[in-house]
Design a protein around this ligand. Sequence first.
Ligand SMILES: [Cu+2]
Length: 401
Amino acid sequence: MQIKSLICVSAALAGAASALDLPKFSQKDIDSGAALAALNKIATQNAMKNFKGKCKKSNYRVRQEWRTIPPGQRRKYIEAVKCFQKKPSVFPEIEGAVSAYEDLQWIHLNRTWEVHFSGLFLPWHRYLMHVYERELEACGYKGPTPYWEWGFDTEGDLGNSPVFDGSDTSIGSNGAHVPHEGYNITIWPDAPPVTYPPGNGGGCIAKGPFSDMDTHLGPMQLSDWGTSIPKSVEDPTRKNTRCVSRDLNNVFLKAHANFRNTTNLILLNQELDIFQAALANDARFYSDPRMAPFVGDQGVHFGGHMSIGGDPAGDFFLSNGDPAFYLHHGQVDRVWWIWQHLDPANRHNVSGTHTFLNVIPGPSPEVDLDEEMVVHPNMPPVVIRDLMNTLGGEPLCYVYI
Ligand SMILES: [Cu+2]
């Protein structure tokens, strides 16, 4: 893999920053989350100028932070996820995709090299969230789609967060404590390994919703304690029944997904290529001067994923087998959405190609806003442009609050 030769590609693109008319935030406001909340409000105001088609003031949906959703609605959300997990798979040939819920995991596994570190990353995961939302709706859930604001949980123990406290209104607890070492993860070939401190769980989800949940696909690339070689099975599509484990990691979350990181990601990046690179820690951009504030950081995307940890949440290919994935990726989508809607005229766009770092399995053409994307065989193909305005009606109709 000739990844190193790609590193300088975008340095020449630097310097085209446009000045947005945003309030000046103090460092205190940035660190407390007040600035991010204010940016969300501005984004909402801008987005609401753009109702189209079937999406109207009378029927749009809101996506809301987990802990601000009333407990009764959170319980209904959990019930709907469990209902979805009981529906039959539409891929009978994939033995490990035991349910319709796990079909989404198979789809993610199957397309990992196309939809990460590529121009498809943000729109594809946005549509995946939409598919998940429609499935929960079919299971009777009508409340807000939740996201997990990482910044609320960077102080104290993640296991006490309303997201992971193991109550019946959480997404389930940490894994049972299994003493273990950290990992050295090599995210892509030729990249230096990332040292990742041990979390404080490691075993099966100990209590609350999903403590009885099994997973079947993989593992495909599961970080292995005390090693730098990920765990995998020969054929990840076979049925390999095991509990869902978690390894909540306060240290990693605080270091990589705090309010300052998230807010700077939105405020300091004017172009989509560098916004995406900083979000996901894209090594091709390390020598780009625009990347300077973010080099050495793992990015909020990886920060959130690896703070959940365990199997399958810590598996790059299969992470969406843990229901917490959809809270985390709701927040990833929200961060992109806020960034987009601070300047919708210039930021309803895509950047990048159709392959992982444009290297695996090989170089590919740039993603075009007018190309069609198929995510799920039961859902209509979508033109990527139609995923830019989330109040565009075909197919999206939501804002983040
Ligand atoms: Cu993914």
